[in-house]
Structure formats: structure tokens, C-alpha cells
Design a protein. Structure first.
Length: 218
């Protein structure tokens, strides 16, 4: 079995990865805090976007600002860390999908569910679908012999959870028959957030390791 090829990592990569990780962590904490302040909130029955509802959520500003910040940090982070991912068609398709999802996340915060429901629903879908698809596409480039090969299974698995949950969520929303809408929505979002944090950690780790060329004295 051949050793994974390691190329020098540009200095922008760890910075971009740090921005992605910070975005995920601050948003996760913001959700927990806003949920705590929301009377009677249920992970099972309430949508994530209920936390940003300007009428029913006491700390809606915290949630909406946090998801906007998540989108901005993720967008800039992906651009800065671009060269840290494996070259090829999967990167050329997968990372733009993440950029699209990041822009949509900003718009989710700009258009809370009760302010403009049609726009909110559309941009939410543009977070979910491109985000999940990006994970599966990027997994395709994490082949044996690349330094990302160990992450192929987790990336594909997390993407599959998002897409399968979304496939259940969308039609049942239309028919108003979703079982545990809050739970299903979290099965859509959580894998994307987890992937973002794990990928950021891997990018930082790889940036700290000497490249194969340097170890060989090249």
C-alpha cells in the first residue's frame, strides 16, 4: 500500500480552518443559550429556526446574528483553506457547494421564519441540500493514496445522513406529516456542522506536519 502523498500546505489554510471551526463552535453555543432562554422549547417538536423567530424567541437576535456569523466565517474559511483539500473535480464542485450553503446561512439570519417565510424556507433548503451534497462529493476525492483517505468514510456517511433526512423532511413538510420535525431537522444540520469542525481540525493538523517533500529534503 502506497503512502499518502503530502504536499506543502499554504499558510492561509490553517487560518481558514480556524475560521470554520470558530463559526461552528460559536453557532452551536448560541443555539444552546437561545434554546435555554426559550420557554417550553423542544428539540423534538420545534424547528431550529424557531430560535430566530422575532416574536416567540426572547433571544432571537443572538441566534440570527450567530447564524449570519457562521455563514460569513464559513465562506471566508473555505476560500482560505481551498488549497488544503485534494485537487480535482470533487474539490471544484464540492467547495463551491459549501460556499453556496454559507451564503444561504447568512440569508437565513437576515430573513427569520416569521418575517418572510417563503424566502426563509428557500434559503434554508439552500443550506441543507448543497451542504449535504458537498460532503458526499468531497468524499469522492478522498481516495486511497491521498492524505485525506481516512476521512472518506466519515465524510460520505455524514453527507448521507443529511441527504436521507432531507429526503424524508421535504415531502412530509408539504403534507404536514413530519414526525418530530425538530429532530429530523437536526439530523440534517448536525452532520454538516460536525463535518465542518472535523475538517477544520484535520486542515490545521496537516498544516502543522512537515510535507513529504521537506521530510525527503526536497
Amino acid at each position: 500500500m502506497s503512502e499518502p502523498v503530502r504536499r506543502p500546505v499554504p499558510r492561509t489554510v490553517p487560518l481558514g480552518a480556524t475560521l470554520i471551526a470558530v463559526g461552528v463552535v460559536q453557532f452551536t453555543l448560541a443555539m444552546a443559550v437561545v434554546q435555554y432562554e426559550y420557554p417550553g422549547y423542544s428539540d423534538f417538536a420545534n424547528y431550529i429556526s424557531d430560535l430566530g423567530n422575532t416574536v416567540t424567541s426572547p433571544w432571537h437576535d443572538v441566534f440570527n446574528v450567530s447564524i449570519i456569523l457562521l455563514g460569513v466565517l464559513a465562506f471566508v474559511g473555505v476560500l482560505l483553506s481551498w488549497q488544503g483539500f485534494e485537487r480535482g473535480g470533487t474539490r471544484a464542485v464540492g467547495l463551491p457547494l459549501l460556499l453556496l450553503a454559507s451564503i444561504a446561512a447568512v440569508l437565513v439570519g437576515c430573513f427569520p421564519e416569521n418575517v418572510n417565510p417563503p424566502v426563509h424556507d428557500t434559503v434554508s433548503l439552500l443550506v441543507f441540500a448543497p451542504g449535504g451534497l458537498a460532503l458526499v462529493v468531497l468524499a469522492g476525492g478522498m481516495r486511497e493514496g491521498t492524505s485525506w483517505h481516512w476521512f472518506r468514510g466519515p465524510s460520505a456517511g455524514l453527507g448521507a445522513v443529511t441527504l436521507l433526512s432531507l429526503a424524508y423532511y421535504v415531502p412530509t413538510q408539504t403534507n404536514n406529516t413530519t414526525w418530530g420535525p425538530g429532530l429530523i431537522e437536526r439530523l440534517i444540520v448536525a452532520p454538516i456542522l460536525l463535518w465542518g469542525f472535523l475538517a477544520a481540525v484535520e486542515l490545521i493538523r496537516r498544516a502543522r506536519e512537515p510535507s513529504l517533500d521537506r521530510r525527503l529534503g526536497g
